[in-house]
Every structure is written in structure tokens, then in C-alpha cells.
Design a protein. Structure first.
Length: 161
């Protein structure tokens, strides 16, 4: 398996994997990904299997804002390539590929790249059941988020370098 960054040609695959991973109220739509890929394709990390099929990916913009706000999901204009924080919008792995360490492999690459790019760290939100998962990668819970994305309760998580 290999990890690479995205191009607009990945739009359909990214949209399909997202739809398989998140409930409709939380999943980004094709229009969202079109905008994101048009502005920050290098901040999509795609993991492909031996056949070249997309099985896992992580994406998110870069900003100087320290908190991941709901508005960022829908507005690629928040991206600032020189920003201090790598936001992580989604960690996606197809259900049949889960529990094999693939998401962790992609996340470790995101963290490595963010460090190499001189970022201050990475920020994400997650549901309570996943706080421990991200903690093992060094993320620290900052408590319940102000996010109301998809009508769920989220926790702010930060990894500072």
C-alpha cells in the first residue's frame, strides 16, 4: 500500500469513501471535496491498496486559527498554506479495511508532513469513543468542542509539536 496526495481525478473515490465512513449529516459532499481539492490537494493523504483502489484517507486545511470551526468544513477559503495548524477534517477508512492500522499509518504521515512543513501541530475533533485512539498518537483532549457538525457531540483534540 502507498500513501500519496490527491488530485481532482480522485474526487469520485474520495466522495465514495467519505460516504461509506460517515453518516449523511456528517459526511462531506462532492461539492465540498471539489472546493477542497481545488485549493489544497496536497493536504489530502490517500492510502491505496495494491490495485490502486482508495481504502483510507485524511484531509484538512491549514490555518493560523487554533480551533477547528464548523465553517471551515464548507469554506476552502480558510486555507492558508503558511498557517500554523494542520486541521484534520476526516479520518476515513473503508469498513472492510478497518482494524489493520491503516488510519494510523496515514495519520502518522500527516503528522510527519506537518512537522516537516514547520506547523505548530495538528487539530481535529472526534467523538468521545475515539478520544483514546487519538491520544495514543499524542493528541490531547481539550474537552467538548463548540462544534455542532452533523448534530453530534465532538471533542477538540490537539497535537502540539
Amino acid at each position: 500500500m502507498k500513501i500519496r496526495t490527491a488530485t481532482m481525478a480522485d474526487l469520485a473515490a474520495v466522495t465514495a469513501v467519505e460516504a461509506a465512513c460517515f453518516p449523511p449529516a456528517e459526511a462531506a459532499k462532492e461539492d465540498d471535496f471539489t472546493a477542497r481539492l481545488g485549493v489544497y490537494p496536497d493536504h489530502f493523504w490517500l492510502l491505496e491498496d495494491e490495485t490502486g483502489a482508495l481504502v483510507s484517507f485524511v484531509n484538512g486545511l491549514v490555518t493560523d486559527e487554533p480551533i477547528l470551526r464548523d465553517e471551515m468544513y464548507a469554506d476552502a477559503g480558510f486555507h492558508n498554506e503558511q498557517g500554523a495548524w494542520q486541521m484534520i477534517f476526516g479520518v476515513n477508512t473503508l469498513p472492510e479495511y478497518r482494524r489493520q492500522g491503516l488510519a494510523e499509518q496515514v495519520l502518522r504521515r500527516v503528522i510527519e508532513d506537518a512537522k516537516a512543513q514547520g506547523r505548530r501541530g495538528c487539530v481535529l475533533t472526534c467523538k468521545e469513543a475515539l478520544v483514546h485512539y487519538y491520544a495514543k498518537l499524542g493528541f490531547v483532549s481539550e474537552g467538548v468542542s463548540e462544534s455542532v457538525h452533523g448534530g453530534a457531540v465532538w471533542y477538540d483534540m490537539r497535537l502540539t509539536f
